[in-house]
Design a binder for this molecule. Sequence first.
Ligand SMILES: [Zn+2]
Length: 353
Amino acid sequence: MTDAHRSALRHWLSDVRESRDHPHDEGVDPCGVRWQRHAEGVLELTPATASRSAEGAENDAAAQPGYRYDAILSCGIHGDETAPIEIVDGILRDIADGRLTLRERVLVVLGNPDAVRAGKRYLEYDLNRLFQGAHAKRAESPAVQRARELEVIVAQFFAGVDGVRRTRRHVDMHTAIRASLFQRFAVVPGTPQHSPSDDWFDALGAADIEATMRTEQPSVTFSYFTCARFGAQSCTLELGKVAPFGENRLENFSGIDAALRRWLSGGEFEARDDGKSPQPQRFRVAAEIVRRTDAFVLDVPADTPNFTPYPAGTVLARDGENTYTVSHPEERIVFPNPNVANGLRAGVMVVPE
Ligand SMILES: [Zn+2]
């Protein structure tokens, strides 16, 4: 990260300690990008030039810059999920160096700097279980404060700068704890009011996301919050498996990296250089397996990969008198984890859309 010192954007990651002391700096980079740091690890970038598609569309374009999106790009919500941090850091450095021309207004979020520095998923509590107001139900702690702070900053960011309502999009990048039959997949939240469009699934496919998992279950994740509260096109991306900094095989994520760069520089996720339009395998959540009592047993091995399929009739979990039996012709399990507290989700079952 030695070349990160060429720009004020270095504050985003490499100088997070310094940014804690000066959380509200702002300035303009030599490339013309205006940056504002709203909190440690949270940078708002405003482009020097508007996106191509909107140029000339308004004769008062100077007053209404032609960004198409209010974009949020987040990573490091879990501190040990380093590949997305490296991807975002690379994008930021290329913007700062003028190798990538920013044409969208974007909020870049390093979710949990304390956990990133510690190399841990989280410190006292999982940040990605504290959104959509869930922080208010827990005792005060640094994670609770951070969730509250991020919710406020996101609300201010989506409120916009000039009264123009733009498409809101939030890409929250993670890496999975376990192996997966699909190396890159997306959890796509929706609500009855804000159902994700087919375009959004096409866009994710163009970013080499192999599978999508649509869910309308109310949730306390960052991406559910931005979808449910602000109607954003949101997703939680799971990109490969957790690895330390420097040990990630970033070539496995070149599809999402390229798509993010195309989009933020005024193009489309879908406009791949090779002209291809790969489609993700689309799933929807059919059921959740919830641990109710101490008698709960999940009948899958601890290292079961995400999306492992089971045929109808398979008994996957027992909890005293109750059982979970596969009822669709085939269901796949995602995020299996029997070691959750009673009342929490021990696995998600998905079926094809
Ligand atoms: Zn994560």
